[in-house]
Design a binder for this molecule. Structure first.
Ligand SMILES: [Zn+2]
Length: 237
């Protein structure tokens, strides 16, 4: 029963984050207007808003205009509950750590969606997360070793920013994650995110545009590293 409630909650949470990110990046208020099809602009019926159910019953097409629905929300409505349940069922992390992971990944997911939609992130979301997340654990992460590690990574990545190969938002986010976790977690993170980006960009039928959002890869890599660490605790976090 607990896992069923958790599944429903995380599925709704995935839907909520997708909706918030889409609305904010498209300059809509979070509440008004009521949810609508972004193609024909018809207000949605309550049953169409039910996570997973709405997408499946409509057969991935808008009920009104038959336009194909973007799969982003549906994917997150499935992945988030499965991820959360797998993590909790391992009993590896304390309740407090799980709560921290939940907040960090939700924040990253929100930024990733913003980056995915517009290739930018709002500085308000970036810095409010920074303040909110970092403040409670500052004592743990503010060690000389971690500060030197974080500074070295930041200086190294600044070169890529100056060469226009990396965005300022990516650099700031990596910097925050390095202080949140630690600098060597971020080394793994950058390596994995870069590998995923290369693999994805080499796949057929993928847009060959020169620029692409990197925060989705950082977010996915962060989730993967936390997940791997649950089963094989290699990286101290
Ligand atoms: Zn429609």
């Amino acid at each position: 029963m607990f896992y069923l409630i958790l599944f429903i909650f995380l599925s709704c949470w995935g839907s909520f984050i997708t909706c918030c990110a889409w609305r904010l990046t498209h300059h809509y208020s979070l509440c008004i207007p009521y949810s609508f099809c972004d193609h024909c602009l018809t207000p949605l019926k309550p049953w169409q808003l039910i996570p997973l159910f709405g997408f499946i019953v409509q057969n991935s097409h808008c009920y009104f205009c038959k336009h194909v629905l973007p799969p982003t929300s549906f994917i997150l409505e499935i992945l988030l509950p499965l991820y959360g349940i797998s993590l909790i069922s391992q009993n590896y992390y304390s309740t407090f750590s799980l709560l921290q992971i939940f907040i960090i990944l939700s924040w990253l997911l929100f930024l990733a969606l913003q980056d995915y939609y517009t290739q930018t992130v709002s500085s308000f979301c970036l810095f409010s997360g920074y303040t909110f997340l970092l403040f409670p654990i500052l004592n743990r992460t503010l060690t000389i070793t971690n500060l030197i590690g974080t500074l070295s990574i930041s200086l190294f990545l600044t070169l890529f920013v100056l060469l226009n190969m990396l965005g300022m938002g990516d650099l700031l986010l990596v910097n925050i994650l390095s202080l949140l976790f630690n600098w060597y977690f971020v080394v793994y993170l950058i390596f994995l995110a870069s590998c995923l980006a290369i693999i994805f960009r080499l796949m057929p039928n993928i847009s060959t545009k020169k620029t692409f959002p990197f925060i989705p890869y950082l977010t996915l890599s962060c989730a993967l590293l936390i997940f791997i660490n649950t089963f094989y605790p290699l990286i101290s976090m």
